[in-house]
Design a protein around this ligand. Structure first.
Ligand code: MN
Length: 206
């Protein structure tokens, strides 16, 4: 199982409501369907970004995507590899206190299952993972490709950690980049970022 040590070191679990990640609790994670889970979290931290997480070997492999995913195959988005997160994180929606690591509001923007093409461990080691997503908002075939250097002007100095996330051309692809503007509420509770931040109750999404 990917190590959660780095994840835990960055956080004070007496202050944040984020999950610590233990085997016993991971077993209770609600699964939308059998298979490997994925989640995209909209994270209104110092810089608004989207966290893209794929379940593998009992943890969530994670990338921070500054501009978020696009359904347009022509749009390739920088995805910075970050430390694996516990499985329970896939259901985390709430506010991380200011001053704590990642301080800000977290929304579950999409949730579902994913399926790798071939052996995902080998693919990740090689730096090209092809996969399908079965979410509410993200569906069809996708790619994560490791870059030698982070794209100019985005986040220099992260060699080896930079990947590109992009959509394959298939029936789920769309021309134009409107998805993030159209879909601004939680896939779990229907809440906006503001409603989550204020702790307003949500409505479980069908
Ligand atoms: Mn984040």
């Amino acid at each position: 199982m990917p190590s959660l040590e780095k994840y835990r070191k960055k956080r004070d679990f007496g202050r944040t409501q984020e999950p610590r990640g233990t085997r016993a609790r991971a077993k209770k994670v609600a699964r939308p369907a059998p298979g490997l889970g994925f989640v995209v979290q909209k994270h209104d931290a110092r810089n608004l970004h989207y966290d893209f997480r794929l379940e593998l070997d009992g943890a969530l492999l994670s990338w921070a995507v500054p501009k978020g995913p696009s359904l347009d195959p022509a749009v390739k988005r920088l995805a910075m590899e970050v430390e694996p997160h516990p499985l329970e994180y896939a259901d985390f929606e709430g506010t991380i206190p200011k001053g704590e690591y990642g301080g800000g509001t977290v929304m579950v923007w999409d949730r579902g299952t994913w399926k790798p093409e071939g052996d995902p461990r080998q693919a990740l080691a090689k730096g090209h993972l092809a996969f399908s997503l079965f979410g509410r908002r993200l569906r069809g075939a996708w790619h994560l490709v490791r870059t030698k250097r982070a794209p100019e002007g985005e986040r220099a100095g992260h060699e080896g950690k930079g990947w590109l996330l992009f959509k394959s051309r298939d029936a789920e692809a769309r021309q134009g980049d409107t998805l993030l503007d159209e879909e601004t509420t939680s896939a779990l509770t229907g809440r906006s970022l503001g409603q989550i931040q204020r702790g307003e109750p949500g409505v479980t999404q069908p």
